[in-house]
Design a protein around this ligand. Structure first.
Ligand code: ZN
Length: 279
Protein backbone atom coordinates (compact mmCIF):
# COMPACT_ATOMS: atom_id res chain seq x y z
CA UNK A 1 0.00 0.00 0.00
CA UNK A 2 2.74 2.40 1.04
CA UNK A 3 4.68 1.36 -1.97
CA UNK A 4 1.65 1.96 -4.16
CA UNK A 5 1.11 5.49 -2.80
CA UNK A 6 4.77 6.24 -3.20
CA UNK A 7 4.71 5.08 -6.77
CA UNK A 8 1.62 7.17 -7.51
CA UNK A 9 3.28 10.17 -5.90
CA UNK A 10 6.23 9.74 -8.19
CA UNK A 11 4.07 9.17 -11.24
CA UNK A 12 1.52 11.92 -10.62
CA UNK A 13 3.70 14.90 -11.56
CA UNK A 14 4.67 13.13 -14.73
CA UNK A 15 1.03 12.47 -15.57
CA UNK A 16 0.07 16.10 -14.88
CA UNK A 17 2.94 17.34 -17.04
CA UNK A 18 1.67 15.23 -19.90
CA UNK A 19 -1.86 16.65 -19.91
CA UNK A 20 -2.15 18.89 -22.94
CA UNK A 21 -4.60 21.74 -22.40
CA UNK A 22 -5.21 24.26 -25.17
CA UNK A 23 -6.58 27.70 -24.31
CA UNK A 24 -8.53 28.75 -27.39
CA UNK A 25 -9.29 32.47 -27.64
CA UNK A 26 -12.00 33.49 -30.08
CA UNK A 27 -13.16 36.66 -31.81
CA UNK A 28 -15.66 37.45 -34.54
CA UNK A 29 -14.03 39.79 -37.08
CA UNK A 30 -11.61 37.16 -38.36
CA UNK A 31 -14.16 34.44 -39.02
CA UNK A 32 -14.65 33.22 -42.60
CA UNK A 33 -17.86 34.67 -44.07
CA UNK A 34 -17.85 37.65 -41.68
CA UNK A 35 -17.05 40.90 -43.46
CA UNK A 36 -19.73 43.43 -42.51
CA UNK A 37 -19.91 45.34 -39.22
CA UNK A 38 -23.45 44.28 -38.42
CA UNK A 39 -22.39 40.64 -38.58
CA UNK A 40 -20.26 41.16 -35.46
CA UNK A 41 -23.30 41.70 -33.23
CA UNK A 42 -22.90 38.95 -30.59
CA UNK A 43 -26.49 37.86 -31.24
CA UNK A 44 -26.12 37.63 -35.03
CA UNK A 45 -27.30 34.09 -35.75
CA UNK A 46 -25.23 33.51 -38.89
CA UNK A 47 -22.00 34.78 -37.31
CA UNK A 48 -22.55 32.62 -34.24
CA UNK A 49 -22.95 29.59 -36.46
CA UNK A 50 -19.88 30.44 -38.55
CA UNK A 51 -17.73 31.12 -35.47
CA UNK A 52 -18.93 28.04 -33.60
CA UNK A 53 -18.20 25.91 -36.66
CA UNK A 54 -14.62 27.19 -36.79
CA UNK A 55 -14.11 26.70 -33.05
CA UNK A 56 -15.44 23.16 -33.19
CA UNK A 57 -13.22 22.38 -36.16
CA UNK A 58 -10.22 23.62 -34.15
CA UNK A 59 -11.26 21.51 -31.15
CA UNK A 60 -11.58 18.43 -33.37
CA UNK A 61 -8.11 19.12 -34.76
CA UNK A 62 -6.53 19.61 -31.33
CA UNK A 63 -8.04 16.39 -30.00
CA UNK A 64 -6.96 14.48 -33.12
CA UNK A 65 -3.46 15.91 -32.63
CA UNK A 66 -3.25 14.56 -29.08
CA UNK A 67 -4.62 17.37 -26.87
CA UNK A 68 -6.57 16.24 -23.82
CA UNK A 69 -8.53 19.36 -23.04
CA UNK A 70 -9.62 22.52 -24.85
CA UNK A 71 -10.85 25.53 -22.90
CA UNK A 72 -12.56 28.18 -25.02
CA UNK A 73 -12.56 31.85 -24.06
CA UNK A 74 -15.16 33.85 -25.94
CA UNK A 75 -13.08 36.97 -26.51
CA UNK A 76 -15.66 38.86 -28.59
CA UNK A 77 -17.66 41.78 -27.25
CA UNK A 78 -18.53 40.86 -23.66
CA UNK A 79 -18.24 37.07 -24.08
CA UNK A 80 -21.86 36.56 -25.10
CA UNK A 81 -21.47 34.95 -28.48
CA UNK A 82 -20.96 31.28 -27.66
CA UNK A 83 -23.25 28.69 -26.12
CA UNK A 84 -22.64 25.34 -24.47
CA UNK A 85 -25.55 24.04 -26.54
CA UNK A 86 -23.50 24.24 -29.71
CA UNK A 87 -19.87 24.15 -28.59
CA UNK A 88 -17.95 20.91 -29.21
CA UNK A 89 -19.09 18.36 -26.59
CA UNK A 90 -15.54 17.87 -25.35
CA UNK A 91 -14.65 21.56 -25.08
CA UNK A 92 -15.16 23.70 -21.99
CA UNK A 93 -16.33 27.31 -22.14
CA UNK A 94 -15.13 30.20 -19.98
CA UNK A 95 -18.12 32.35 -18.98
CA UNK A 96 -17.78 35.82 -17.40
CA UNK A 97 -14.94 38.31 -17.40
CA UNK A 98 -11.30 37.46 -16.76
CA UNK A 99 -8.70 39.55 -14.94
CA UNK A 100 -5.59 41.16 -16.38
CA UNK A 101 -3.68 37.87 -16.46
CA UNK A 102 -6.31 36.35 -18.81
CA UNK A 103 -6.12 33.11 -16.77
CA UNK A 104 -2.61 32.44 -18.12
CA UNK A 105 -1.38 31.69 -14.59
CA UNK A 106 -2.94 28.29 -15.21
CA UNK A 107 0.01 27.66 -17.48
CA UNK A 108 -1.92 26.06 -20.31
CA UNK A 109 0.14 23.95 -22.69
CA UNK A 110 -0.58 26.37 -25.52
CA UNK A 111 -2.70 29.30 -26.66
CA UNK A 112 -4.55 29.46 -29.99
CA UNK A 113 -6.65 32.10 -31.77
CA UNK A 114 -9.77 31.50 -33.87
CA UNK A 115 -11.64 34.29 -35.69
CA UNK A 116 -8.85 36.79 -35.05
CA UNK A 117 -8.59 40.18 -36.77
CA UNK A 118 -5.51 42.37 -37.19
CA UNK A 119 -4.52 45.41 -35.15
CA UNK A 120 -5.78 48.94 -35.90
CA UNK A 121 -4.64 50.87 -38.99
CA UNK A 122 -3.63 47.84 -41.09
CA UNK A 123 -4.40 48.13 -44.83
CA UNK A 124 -6.51 45.22 -45.96
CA UNK A 125 -7.26 44.11 -42.40
CA UNK A 126 -10.94 43.14 -42.29
CA UNK A 127 -12.50 45.30 -39.54
CA UNK A 128 -8.99 45.81 -38.14
CA UNK A 129 -8.88 47.32 -34.65
CA UNK A 130 -7.00 47.19 -31.37
CA UNK A 131 -9.46 46.14 -28.68
CA UNK A 132 -12.04 48.79 -29.59
CA UNK A 133 -12.75 50.17 -33.05
CA UNK A 134 -14.78 53.07 -31.67
CA UNK A 135 -12.62 53.82 -28.63
CA UNK A 136 -8.96 53.24 -29.47
CA UNK A 137 -6.92 54.82 -32.26
CA UNK A 138 -3.54 53.22 -31.56
CA UNK A 139 -1.96 51.04 -28.91
CA UNK A 140 1.83 50.94 -28.55
CA UNK A 141 3.66 48.23 -26.61
CA UNK A 142 7.27 49.31 -26.06
CA UNK A 143 6.69 51.72 -28.95
CA UNK A 144 5.34 49.09 -31.35
CA UNK A 145 1.74 49.32 -32.64
CA UNK A 146 -0.15 46.30 -31.29
CA UNK A 147 -3.59 44.77 -30.97
CA UNK A 148 -4.99 41.68 -29.33
CA UNK A 149 -2.51 39.33 -31.04
CA UNK A 150 0.63 40.92 -29.53
CA UNK A 151 -0.88 41.59 -26.13
CA UNK A 152 -2.31 38.09 -25.70
CA UNK A 153 0.83 36.42 -27.08
CA UNK A 154 2.95 38.51 -24.69
CA UNK A 155 0.72 37.64 -21.72
CA UNK A 156 0.93 33.96 -22.63
CA UNK A 157 4.70 34.32 -23.05
CA UNK A 158 4.98 35.93 -19.62
CA UNK A 159 3.67 32.66 -18.18
CA UNK A 160 5.82 30.53 -20.49
CA UNK A 161 2.98 29.54 -22.85
CA UNK A 162 3.53 29.37 -26.64
CA UNK A 163 0.99 30.46 -29.28
CA UNK A 164 0.60 27.57 -31.72
CA UNK A 165 -2.27 28.51 -34.03
CA UNK A 166 -4.17 31.43 -35.50
CA UNK A 167 -7.12 31.44 -37.84
CA UNK A 168 -8.34 34.72 -39.25
CA UNK A 169 -7.79 36.97 -42.24
CA UNK A 170 -4.47 37.27 -44.06
CA UNK A 171 -3.53 40.45 -42.15
CA UNK A 172 -4.00 38.76 -38.77
CA UNK A 173 -1.96 35.76 -39.91
CA UNK A 174 0.86 38.06 -41.07
CA UNK A 175 0.77 39.78 -37.70
CA UNK A 176 1.27 36.58 -35.72
CA UNK A 177 3.89 35.29 -38.16
CA UNK A 178 5.98 38.37 -37.41
CA UNK A 179 6.27 37.47 -33.71
CA UNK A 180 5.78 33.68 -33.76
CA UNK A 181 7.11 32.52 -37.14
CA UNK A 182 6.51 28.80 -36.53
CA UNK A 183 2.84 29.04 -35.47
CA UNK A 184 0.29 27.28 -37.68
CA UNK A 185 -1.80 29.76 -39.68
CA UNK A 186 -5.21 29.14 -41.22
CA UNK A 187 -6.12 32.04 -43.50
CA UNK A 188 -9.87 31.93 -44.07
CA UNK A 189 -10.23 35.21 -45.99
CA UNK A 190 -8.26 37.88 -47.76
CA UNK A 191 -9.15 41.46 -46.92
CA UNK A 192 -9.33 43.84 -49.87
CA UNK A 193 -10.56 46.67 -47.67
CA UNK A 194 -12.08 47.14 -44.25
CA UNK A 195 -15.44 45.70 -45.31
CA UNK A 196 -14.45 43.90 -48.51
CA UNK A 197 -12.97 40.44 -48.59
CA UNK A 198 -12.61 37.23 -50.52
CA UNK A 199 -13.60 34.47 -48.12
CA UNK A 200 -13.55 30.71 -48.09
CA UNK A 201 -16.81 28.84 -47.66
CA UNK A 202 -17.63 27.80 -44.10
CA UNK A 203 -16.88 24.20 -45.01
CA UNK A 204 -13.49 24.97 -46.53
CA UNK A 205 -12.54 27.25 -43.62
CA UNK A 206 -13.38 24.51 -41.13
CA UNK A 207 -11.33 21.92 -43.00
CA UNK A 208 -8.35 24.27 -43.12
CA UNK A 209 -8.60 25.07 -39.40
CA UNK A 210 -9.06 21.42 -38.42
CA UNK A 211 -5.84 20.43 -40.23
CA UNK A 212 -3.83 23.36 -38.90
CA UNK A 213 -5.03 22.69 -35.34
CA UNK A 214 -4.06 19.02 -35.59
CA UNK A 215 -0.57 19.92 -36.83
CA UNK A 216 -0.13 22.67 -34.22
CA UNK A 217 -0.29 20.30 -31.23
CA UNK A 218 2.96 18.67 -32.32
CA UNK A 219 4.64 22.10 -32.21
CA UNK A 220 3.93 22.79 -28.53
CA UNK A 221 7.39 21.71 -27.45
CA UNK A 222 9.26 23.54 -30.21
CA UNK A 223 7.56 26.94 -30.45
CA UNK A 224 9.16 29.45 -28.12
CA UNK A 225 6.84 31.57 -25.95
CA UNK A 226 6.75 35.19 -27.16
CA UNK A 227 8.35 37.28 -24.43
CA UNK A 228 8.32 41.09 -24.39
CA UNK A 229 11.35 42.14 -22.34
CA UNK A 230 10.73 44.48 -19.41
CA UNK A 231 10.42 47.20 -18.38
CA UNK A 232 7.32 47.62 -20.52
CA UNK A 233 5.45 50.72 -21.65
CA UNK A 234 1.89 50.68 -22.96
CA UNK A 235 0.69 53.81 -24.70
CA UNK A 236 -3.00 54.09 -25.54
CA UNK A 237 -4.29 56.77 -27.87
CA UNK A 238 -8.08 57.02 -27.74
CA UNK A 239 -10.18 58.20 -30.68
CA UNK A 240 -11.02 61.88 -31.12
CA UNK A 241 -14.45 61.51 -29.57
CA UNK A 242 -12.66 60.71 -26.28
CA UNK A 243 -10.84 62.80 -23.69
CA UNK A 244 -8.90 61.46 -20.70
CA UNK A 245 -10.67 62.05 -17.38
CA UNK A 246 -9.35 64.99 -15.33
CA UNK A 247 -7.77 62.68 -12.75
CA UNK A 248 -5.85 60.67 -15.39
CA UNK A 249 -2.41 62.00 -14.25
CA UNK A 250 -2.97 60.40 -10.83
CA UNK A 251 -3.57 56.92 -12.13
CA UNK A 252 -0.86 54.55 -10.88
CA UNK A 253 2.07 54.21 -13.30
CA UNK A 254 0.46 56.65 -15.75
CA UNK A 255 1.74 59.63 -17.69
CA UNK A 256 -0.59 61.86 -19.70
CA UNK A 257 0.83 62.47 -23.18
CA UNK A 258 -2.00 64.60 -24.56
CA UNK A 259 -5.73 65.02 -24.05
CA UNK A 260 -6.53 61.51 -25.33
CA UNK A 261 -3.22 59.66 -24.96
CA UNK A 262 -1.93 57.98 -21.81
CA UNK A 263 1.20 55.91 -21.19
CA UNK A 264 1.73 53.30 -18.51
CA UNK A 265 5.04 51.92 -17.26
CA UNK A 266 5.48 48.58 -15.58
CA UNK A 267 8.15 45.98 -14.94
CA UNK A 268 6.49 43.52 -17.33
CA UNK A 269 3.42 42.99 -19.53
CA UNK A 270 1.34 41.72 -16.62
CA UNK A 271 1.99 44.80 -14.49
CA UNK A 272 1.40 47.25 -17.32
CA UNK A 273 -1.83 45.53 -18.41
CA UNK A 274 -3.03 45.57 -14.79
CA UNK A 275 -2.33 49.31 -14.55
CA UNK A 276 -4.14 49.97 -17.82
CA UNK A 277 -7.17 47.94 -16.79
CA UNK A 278 -7.38 49.36 -13.25
CA UNK A 279 -10.13 51.96 -13.36
ZN1 ZN B 1 -11.10 41.78 -31.15
Amino acid sequence: MIRCTLLLGLLAPWLVAQTITIFLITDAEGVGGVCRQEQTDPKDAEMRQLLTGEINAAVEGFLAGGAHEVIVWDGHDGSQTLSTLTIHPKAKLVMGGLGASMLMERKFSAVAFVGQHSKANIRGGVMAHSYSSLGIQTMLLNGKPVGEIDVIAAMAGHFGIPVILLSGDQAAADELREIVPAAELAVVKEGLGRYTCITLSAEAARALIRDAARRSVAKIRTIKPYVVPGPVTLQVEYTTRNSLPIDAPWRAGAEVIDDRTIRFRGKDILEVWRLYRAR
